[in-house]
Every structure is written in structure tokens, then in C-alpha cells.
Design a protein around this ligand. Structure first.
Ligand code: NAG
Ligand code: NAG
Ligand code: NAG
Ligand code: NAG
Ligand code: NAG
Length: 823
């Protein structure tokens, strides 16, 4: 690494002296490409990106990826000079420029790049770094070398149906946010399939091993195997096998583009490793080797879990690992990043428990990686250590001691440092390098949630305690498009001096201004965000993540759930409703003034309205409904039932105004993912087959849709299970899903309560579950758009207008309920 940087530095210094007239150096062409993709034309030649290694670091701690942004006084040339030690530094430098000079930024919910002034503004002097040895330009550096993004399960919950265009945007976003490490998980089944073919396994052997697209993260970790979509959609397993192979081929095409772009940006792709999991048929081919079945996972039926593995201490493990890594490198055109993601026991019980045995396992795994790549970094998620009944101090110590004995250099993502850290309970991973991660989100849930004050301090606590080993910071959320400010803040933190305090009020104000623009970031809007930062983003109850709205859980008499992804809304609802009303009022003014409402504002408006309607109003009406049933008051059950149904309809209307809250858009992305490169892809083998029974495009698209439906609802083959099983784990407050899936649930519930009240008999929950599941099973096999009222993507209505209507309809009630009143 160091030698490469110095080398580039030297080259650049040489180039610089003769430069000016010469074109942009090819090393930074990827950044020019990003500028051209994202920014208006008048910015395309505004930046001079230079890789230089000798910018004095701004503090003793901020020593990685140092960049400097300054104004250039060259006639007819680029007006902004961005210098940096790495490409990542240049990307972060560009964001700094856009933040400070342009007051715009790229976020998941949008950007205001079209509002940039035509002439690129100069970098303002108002924030000139003080106390620096540098006197010109803005200089920043990171306290950690690795800034990483995402959680492996996001590849199921969030990214699964993304096409190349969407990935390209995300990688640009990563670049601007200084992210220089990404688990590159897409398409790996292509390598695995070839690897297993080489071991003489057939497609038939692979079928019970490979999951459907949305569930692959858990297959990769040995939690799940096989697929059930053909059962949900009443097609044949043979067809599903064809679809799985089609998926594998097209995802590999996508992965090639992702990997190429990551290399262009010098972003470390954390590559898949052989993690010991194999199709069961492999056992018969190696009668003299040690295999086992993993423990079961999340109450799945046995055929879908208990995944077979090769014992890591068996020599076969090392052989297979070597074959896999060699094959992967070959298929990647010789490329390796040296970082390999290898999770042996994610939510699984290890094959043995004694320190001696665990140590032998990690020695063997470390050596297997080194056998192919002597610089291999065993990258792992620290999540497995959550189970402290297994991972006692002795067990954990032995596990890491094995890696040390074999001279390994692991890197550990402490996956949920904000809420469930393990770095602190495991002595900072016994001297190995690790990263501090913000998860904030499980199952791509949507509730407003965060622990803001802690977020500003906890990473620095870890840094101060293990300055030599805290080498990364990153976002490991299981889903995006929620609580954007939190994630953005975490990505900003490594660039701050850990010894200086950050003015949190100001930090938030600047965010709002960039998000909406100075004219729409009015005092009232700013105050609304201030209120949110003191309520929804200041959770102090100790709960690790968001709560779910009642609407997305199976109806019951008592919906109070203080467990994992429960339904507790801990915050001061009056303040939140007040913040919401301020946003609603301001949005009305914006439309009167015909101001262009930024897409992020629309997102936030829909999001806060969602929170008020479904986390404040809904539970109160539900409570009144249940009270009426309990007092056998049939007419009140009917009245509250009607009110609840009307609220549900309105929530659906609201959410369907926005693509990021629309089930139709999710399904459309799933169906479109048959062709993630959006090329004129050949489907000859499908297209030529006009028989109704064989596999075809329609069947393939339904396979994709079935995955899209299942993961956000049943999350598995059955739709029901004991507490802790996964149905509704990744539920969504989405337009379309509400009307087609949740509304019938609630209607049946209301009907049954009404009848129970009339008959003066207790409501029969078992009967309810049976009837409801039968209906949901039909839904799993449906095609979106075929039923009445199903809009293909959004409903095309203006979110600002719809929110005004809903505020008129529900605003006063929300205020009353927030204050403790009844509906
Ligand atoms: C696969 O089959 C080929 C040809 O029969 C044989 O040479 C090879 O040893 C087999 N490989 C494995 C891993 O069984
Ligand atoms: C391991 O799992 C396979 C199915 O994946 C099953 O057929 C086999 O019986 C299991 N073996 C043991 C020892 O339980
Ligand atoms: C699956 O794993 C569980 C332990 O987690 C075990 O009780 C069960 O017997 C296993 N089933 C099979 C078929 O291996
Ligand atoms: C922090 O920022 C706010 C808002 O800009 C400002 O009013 C306040 O004085 C600042 N606090 C400190 C300690 O500088
Ligand atoms: C509802 O369930 C919660 C959590 O399980 C429990 O604490 C509470 O007592 C229950 N409420 C009623 C009225 O039964």
C-alpha cells in the first residue's frame, strides 16, 4: 500500500511541474467520470484532481487519506484544485467542495445538483482550518484507513434487484462519502457453481443448496439452503432450477461491472471466501473426510437449514478453499484485493466447544487462506460473538489465538457498535484490527430511530481505547432509505479531529441546509429537525433498533411488544407531531411560492407523515377497537373498525406517492432484474419456448416477483412460526403492500372482533391465523398489477398535496392522541 502511494505521489509531482497544459492524469480519470455523471455540464472541467502524498496531515490522528481543497487562479482552466493521498481522499475532497461551496449533496433520497450556480463557486474561506500547519486550502484527513459500507444481508433486503445504473449511483455515493471498502457479494454463486461443477456436482445436486435471489445472503453464511418459490407459486422445481441458473448468469455480468468500478476507484472489494458450506451430495464423493450438518436456524423446516459443511480442520477444507480462491481469482481476471469475507459461525453453533478445538479450527482456516494468498486478510463480522453462552471469554480467546498462532491478520467488522458492541467485551479483539459500525437498522425497517448524542462520541471512545487497532468505521445498516442523517453523520466522523468537540446543533443545521437549500431550510424547518433530533433520534431506552408499526405485524388484541423489532414508541409524541406539522405547514408555503420542492424534502415529508399516522394514530385507534370488543359494544367495534380501515387506506395513498415507499416499485425492480444491465439481453432459450409448462420469461419474472413478495412478508416458506421466527421480519410500510397484504389482515380481524362482540364470545386467534394464512398464500402467488387498484409503481400523485389532505384529515386527532387523548 505504502509503496504504491509513494509511487503515485512521485509520478504526480513530476506531472505537476509540467502539467497545466496536459489533460487530467489517467489515475484520476475515474473521478472525472463521476463528475460527468453527476454534476451539471459547467462543472465538468471545474476540477483538477491530483494524487499527492505530501500534504501535511491536519492532526496527529487525522493521518489517513489526507486531502486538500483549494481555489486555483488559472485563467480558462479548472478553478478548483483537489489534492489527495488516495482516490478515496479525492472523492471525500470533492464532497467537501460540494458541501461547503455548493451546499448540495448526493443522498439516497435525491440531490440538488441542478440548483448549483452555473459558475462553480470558489471554496469559501469561512471554514478555513485553524491550527493547521497548512495555511491555504482546506485540509482534512481520516483517523482510520478503512471506511466501509454495508451489511452482507443488505444484499438480500435492499440491493438484490438493483441494476447496474443503481449500483453505479451507489458507488458514486460511496466515493463522495469517503468509503473505500465494500463487501463485493453480488454474483458469487457463479464462482461457486463452477467450483461445484469442477467437483463433479450437477445442477440437481446444487438445487437443494441454492436459495432464491432474495435469500442468498443467508445461504452464503450457511444459515439457509434451498428454495421454496416454486411451492409458493405452484410451478415446478425443474423450472425453478432454470431460473436460478439464469439469475446466477446475469448477476455475474453485474458483478463484473461492480468490481471493475471498485478497482477504478481503488475501493477495496472484500471478496467471498470458501466458508465450508457445501451441497449435501458432496459428502458421498468424499467418504473419508469429515463433514457435518450445521445447527438449525431461525426455526426453518429442516430441509432448508442444517446446512452441510466440511470440517475446517479436515485437509479437504484447505484443498477446497484453495480451489475456490484460485477459481475466483481466475474468473476475476487475476484480480484479488487480499480481503476475504469468511464467517464460519454466523448465528450458528460451532462444531465443537473446547478452546483447543476452536483454536485448531482458526489455525486451519488461516493457513488455508494463506496457502493461496500470503497477504490474505481474514475479514469477518463480529456478530457471531453476540451469543455469549457459546462465546465465553475462553472460547473467544482461543478462536483469535489460533489466528495469531498461524500468523494471520484478520479484520473484524464489529457489526453493531452503536447498540450491541462486542469490541469492548472482547478486549478490542485481542489486538487485531477492527472497525466501529453503525447498524441502526435490521431487516430494512423504516421507523424513525437513532441514538444521536452517543453516535457523536462512541466511535471516538473506541478509538481512544484502541488507537492502534481501531482501523475502520462504517455503516452496516441492513437497509437504506431511512434515518439518512445518522448514516451520513457516521461517515463524516472519521474526518473530524477526535480531540475537538463537534457542535451537534450546527452539524444538523448544515445537513438540513444542504438537503433542502438555504431558502427552504427555514427556521421552522430547522426547528422541526431539531425536535426530531431530541426525540426519535435520541432513543435512550436501550433498545437496539427501530420499532415496527402495528400495521405491519399480525393483528392481535395486545400489540405491545417490547422485544426485538418490537412496537414501543418511546419518544415524546407531542414534540414529534409538532415537528411534523411544521414540515407540513412549510411545504404548503413552498407550493404556494411555486418553489421547487427537493426530492429529499418529499421523502422526509412522506416519512414523517408515515411515522405520525402509523406510530401515533394507528395504535390509539387499535386500542379503542380492542376496548370496544372487550366491552361487547358492537357499534363501537364497527365505528373504530371503519376508522382504522380509513387510516389504512390513507397510509397506502400517502406511501404510494413515493417510489421509495412503494411496493409496486419494488416488484417492478424485481421483474426488471431479469436483465440487470438493461441491455438487449438474449433470452432465446426462453423466448423460443411458447409452451405453457416449460420455463419462460413470464415464469422467470414471477420467480423474481415471488422472491420480492416473500422476503418482505413471510420471509420463508410458511408465513408462521414460533416467536423468533422470521415472518414479517422485513415487513414494510409501503403503498401497495398495505392495501393488498395488510389491509385484508386487518379487515378480517375487525370482522371477527365484531362477530365475537355480537356473540359475546372470545375472539379465536387460532381460527384467525388459519384463515388469514390461507388468504396470504394466495397473495404469494399473485402477479402485481393483475388485481384491482394495483398501480404499477407509484400512484403519480404529488406527495406534498396528499400530505396536506391527510394533515387536514388526521392532524387534529394526532395532536389529541399524542397528548394522551382517545380517538
Ligand atoms: C470428476 O470426474 C472426473 C472424470 O470422471 C475425474 O477425473 C475427477 O477425479 C472427478 N473429480 C472429483 C473431485 O471427484
Ligand atoms: C444432514 O443434512 C442432510 C440434508 O441436508 C440430511 O439428508 C442428512 O441426513 C443430515 N445428516 C445428519 C447426520 O443429520
Ligand atoms: C438440525 O440442527 C439441530 C440443532 O440445531 C438438531 O437438533 C437437528 O437434529 C438437526 N437436524 C438435522 C436433520 O441435522
Ligand atoms: C453551536 O451551534 C449553534 C447553532 O449554530 C449555535 O447557536 C451555538 O452557539 C453553537 N454552540 C457552541 C458551543 O459553539
Ligand atoms: C401486552 O403485552 C405486553 C408485552 O408482552 C405486556 O407487558 C402487557 O402486560 C400486555 N398487556 C395486557 C393488557 O395484557
Amino acid at each position: 500500500m505504502v509503496t504504491r502511494k509513494t509511487f503515485i505521489g512521485l509520478v504526480v509531482v513530476l506531472v505537476q511541474t509540467v502539467a497545466i497544459i496536459s489533460a487530467a492524469p489517467s489515475e484520476t480519470a475515474s473521478l472525472q467520470g463521476l463528475v460527468q455523471r453527476l454534476l451539471p455540464k459547467s462543472y465538468h472541467n471545474a476540477f483538477d484532481f491530483q494524487l499527492v502524498s505530501d500534504i501535511p496531515q491536519p492532526s496527529a490522528d487525522n493521518k489517513y487519506d489526507v486531502y486538500r481543497v483549494s481555489n486555483k487562479k488559472v485563467k480558462n482552466g479548472p478553478s478548483i484544485l483537489i489534492e489527495g493521498a488516495t482516490l478515496s481522499a479525492l472523492g471525500a475532497g470533492l464532497k467537501y467542495y460540494l458541501d461547503q461551496a455548493g451546499q448540495v449533496e448526493l443522498t439516497w433520497s435525491g440531490n440538488r445538483f441542478d440548483e448549483l450556480p452555473r459558475v462553480p463557486p470558489q471554496v469559501p474561506d469561512l471554514e478555513l482550518d485553524t491550527g493547521n500547519v497548512v495555511t491555504t486550502g482546506h485540509v482534512r484527513g481520516s483517523i482510520v484507513p478503512h471506511r466501509y459500507y454495508t451489511n452482507v444481508v443488505s444484499f438480500g433486503y435492499q440491493f438484490v434487484f438493483w441494476d447496474w445504473k443503481r449500483w453505479e449511483r451507489e458507488i458514486d455515493w460511496m466515493m463522495l462519502n469517503g468509503i473505500n471498502m465494500l463487501p463485493a457479494m453480488v454474483g458469487q454463486e457463479y464462482v461457486f457453481r463452477q467450483f461445484f461443477y469442477n467437483l463433479n456436482l450437477t445442477d440437481a445436486d446444487l438445487f437443494p443448496f441454492l436459495t432464491g435471489p432474495a435469500f442468498m445472503p443467508w445461504q452464503r453464511m450457511g444459515n439457509l439452503q434451498g428454495s421454496w418459490n416454486h411451492e409458493l407459486t405452484h410451478t415446478s422445481a425443474a423450472n425453478e432450477l432454470v431460473y436460478k441458473n439464469k439469475w446466477i448468469d446475469t448477476q455475474w455480468d453485474l458483478q463484473k461491472l461492480i468490481l471493475a468500478r471498485l478497482q477504478d476507484f481503488d475501493i477495496t472489494a472484500v471478496l467471498p471466501a470458501f466458508q465450508a458450506f457445501v451441497p449435501y451430495s458432496l459428502v458421498a464423493k468424499y467418504p473419508n473426510n469429515v463433514f457435518g450438518n450445521s445447527s438449525d436456524w431461525s426455526f426453518f423446516p429442516e430441509q432448508y437449514t442444517n446446512v452441510t459443511y466440511v470440517s475446517p480442520t479436515d485437509p479437504l477444507f484447505s484443498d477446497l478453499s484453495a480451489q475456490f480462491l484460485d477459481l475466483q481469482q481466475k474468473l476475476n481476471g487475476g484480480y484479488t484485493s487480499h480481503y476475504y469475507l469468511l464467517d464460519l459461525y454466523n448465528e450458528l453453533v460451532p462444531e465443537c466447544a473446547t478452546p483447543t478445538c476452536l483454536k485448531a479450527i482458526t489455525i486451519s482456516v488461516t493457513k488455508a487462506l494463506q496457502r493461496v494468498d500470503k497477504d490474505a486478510v481474514w475479514t469477518m463480522q463480529g456478530w457471531f460473538l453476540q451469543d455469549t453462552t457459546i462465546w465465553t471469554p475462553e472460547a473467544t480467546q482461543a478462536y483469535f489465538q489460533g489466528i495469531r498462532d498461524a500468523d494471520g491478520t484478520p479484520f473484524i467488522f464489529d457489526l453493531a457498535s452503536d447498540s450491541l458492541p462486542v469490541w469492548n467485551t472482547n478486549e478490542g479483539f485481542y489486538g487485531f484490527d477492527f472497525g466501529w459500525s453503525l447498524i441502526n437498522n435490521y431487516g430494512a425497517a423504516q421507523g424513525l430511530f437513532g441514538k444521536l448524542p452517543e453516535l457523536f462520541t462512541l466511535p471516538f471512545t473506541a478509538y481512544n481505547e484502541y488507537p492502534g487497532n481501531l482501523k475502520g468505521m462504517g455503516v452496516t445498516a441492513e437497509g437504506i432509505n431511512n434515518n439518512e442523517y445518522l448514516y451520513e453523520t457516521l461517515l463524516d466522523l472519521p474526518w473530524h479531529d477526535p480531540k475537538a468537540t463537534i457542535n451537534q446543533t450546527r452539524h444538523l443545521e448544515l445537513f438540513v441546509r444542504r438537503r433542502y437549500g438555504a431558502s427552504l431550510a427555514t427556521p421552522s424547518v430547522q426547528d422541526a429537525f431539531h425536535k426530531l433530533s431530541k426525540t426519535v433520534w435520541d432513543c435512550q431506552t436501550g433498545q437496539p433498533s427501530q420499532s415496527k408499526s402495528y400495521i405491519e405485524k399480525l393483528p392481535n388484541l395486545n400489540m405491545t411488544d417490547d422485544g426485538w423489532l418490537g412496537t414501543i414508541f418511546w419518544y415524546d409524541k407531542t414534540t414529534v407531531v409538532q415537528a411534523w406539522s411544521q414540515l407540513v405547514q412549510e411545504s404548503a408555503l413552498f407550493s404556494k411560492k411555486h418553489a421547487k420542492v427537493p426530492s429529499s424534502f418529499k421523502f422526509d415529508l412522506v416519512d414523517t407523515t408515515r411515522e405520525v399516522l402509523l406510530a401515533t394514530v394507528f395504535p390509539a385507534i387499535h386500542g379503542a377497537l380492542v376496548d370496544s370488543y372487550q366491552s361487547n359494544d358492537v357499534s363501537k367495534v364497527q365505528a373504530y373498525g371503519r376508522q382504522l380501515v380509513s387510516l389504512i387506506h390513507d397510509a397506502d395513498l400517502l406511501l404510494n406517492t413515493h417510489e421509495l415507499f412503494s411496493f409496486g416499485s419494488w416488484v417492478q425492480a424485481a421483474r426488471d432484474s431479469r436483465n440487470p444491465l438493461r441491455t438487449r439481453q438474449s433470452f432465446e432459450s426462453f423466448e423460443s419456448d411458447h409452451s405453457s409448462s416449460g420455463p419462460g420469461v413470464a415464469g422467470y419474472e414471477q420467480f423474481l416477483e415471488s422472491n420480492a413478495r416473500d422476503i418482505v412478508t413471510w420471509w420463508g416458506p410458511e408465513g408462521t412460526g414460533p416467536p423468533g421466527s422470521l415472518p414479517d421480519y422485513a415487513s414494510k410500510q409501503w403503498g401497495g403492500l398495505i392495501n393488498s397484504f395488510y389491509l385484508p389482515r386487518w379487515q378480517l380481524f375487525i370482522q371477527q372482533l365484531e362477530k365475537a362482540a355480537a356473540d359475546r364470545k372470545p375472539w379465536n386467534r387460532d381460527d384467525y391465523i388459519t384463515k388469514n394464512l390461507a388468504r396470504e398464500a394466495i397473495w404469494q402467488a399473485q402477479i402485481w398489477g393483475h388485481q384491482k387498484g394495483e398501480t404499477k409503481t407509484t400512484n403519480g400523485q404529488d406527495p406534498v398535496k396528499v400530505v396536506q389532505e391527510l394533515s387536514a384529515r388526521w392532524g387534529a386527532l394526532a395532536v389529541k392522541i399524542a397528548a394522551g387523548g382517545k380517538p
